[in-house]
Each structure stands twice: as C-alpha cells, then as structure tokens.
Design a protein around this ligand. Sequence first.
Ligand SMILES: [Zn+2]
Length: 55
Amino acid sequence: MTERATHCTSSGLPLEEEASTAFPCPNCNHPIGRSPQSRNQGVTYVCPNCGFKGP
Ligand SMILES: [Zn+2]
C-alpha cells in the first residue's frame, strides 16, 4: 500500500480539498501531492525525495 501525500509539494498546503490530487513520483514512487491552486496555475511539481520535476 502506497503512502498518500498529505501536502502539496509545490505550495506546502495541506491537501484537504477534494480537488487536490496525490500520485506517486514517476521516478521513485514517492508520494506527491498537488493543491488545486498549483494545478490551476500550472506550477511544476518537484519530488521532495529525488528532485524529479514534472508539469
Ligand atoms: Zn521522486
């Protein structure tokens, strides 16, 4: 069972809203969370574990 991210990796905000998303890093499977604000703004996420960057 994969751990679910609890905070947006871009903004640091807690992922409380339903519109937020969490998914495993494509590179290392570390859980990554994104807030709705970051998604809407197209903020690039950065994996806190391996530094992988994605759209
Ligand atoms: Zn990673």
